[in-house]
Design a protein around this ligand. Structure first.
Ligand code: DC
Length: 228
């Protein structure tokens, strides 16, 4: 069966990663989380004193880009993909609310995006990948054979994110999460470089009222039609 590239884009916290991971597992493809790469750059900024008053020291970051190496490795037990920043597993740290609060600023920088996009394209050279993000179907892989654009209401997304943070033991307030979701939507959609938008040839999937099983059925149906 021919291998294809699957691009899954959409709003933050609408379950893209969980969905993309499960799809990759079902069809034996490699999964790449492009948001994790922007999160790792944001974490680098936090760990290296490049954030002052919630603002990034852009010039220092520009000079440091060559020192930031992001890689993925499979967890030996769960087989889930783990994000490494300069050789250190940062999978947990990059999911904190602190990182979420600055990552959109980092992802709006053109020199960060061009570096990440080069790395993402290299990951897709062999095909047989599922990558999720915001601009995968529009900019990174405009010729991807399968493109899905995922959305859900802001309240549903904030509730899911809240449940996730509480489950991992973080102290979170629903209203803060909802504010963060809305703020990130705004920055992601209005930034100059690669703004979040549905590719003309992407299939829209609103999962506000869908179970994970229903969602997977729909994805498998799309995949089978494209590769049959
Ligand atoms: O999917 P996520 O919430 O982990 O993404 C983190 C941030 O990175 C989010 O603010 C949008 C940005 N991002 C992006 O600009 N382009 C991508 N391809 C993936 C994520």
């Amino acid at each position: 069966m021919k291998k294809i590239i699957i691009a899954i884009d959409g709003f933050s916290s609408c379950g893209k990663s969980t969905m993309a991971k499960a799809l990759a597992r079902n069809i034996g493809y490699l999964y790449f989380d492009s948001g994790a790469m922007y999160r790792a750059v944001a974490l680098y900024c936090m760990q290296n004193g490049l954030i002052n008053d919630k603002k990034i020291d852009i010039e220092t970051l520009r000079n440091r880009m060559k020192d930031i190496h992001i890689t993925f490795e499979a967890d030996p037990e769960t087989k889930n993909s783990l994000t490494y920043l300069n050789g250190v597993n940062v999978e947990h740290e990059i999911r904190s609310l602190e990182v979420s609060q600055i990552v959109s600023q980092v992802a709006a920088l053109d020199f960060v995006r061009s570096e990440m996009i080069d790395q993402q394209r290299a990951m897709g050279e062999q095909k047989g990948i599922v990558m999720d993000g915001r601009d995968i179907g529009t900019t990174v892989f405009p010729n991807a054979e399968m493109k899905v654009f995922v959305t859900a209401s802001a309240e549903v997304r904030a509730q899911r994110r809240y449940d996730e943070l509480i489950a991992r033991g973080d102290d979170a307030k629903f209203q803060d999460i909802l504010d963060n979701v809305l703020q990130r939507d705004h920055i992601d959609q209005t930034r100059e470089v690669s703004p979040l938008k549905q590719a003309d040839d992407a299939i829209l999937l609103d999962n506000s009222d869908m179970t994970r099983e229903e969602q997977m059925e729909r994805l498998m149906e799309i995949f089978k039609n494209l590769t049959a």
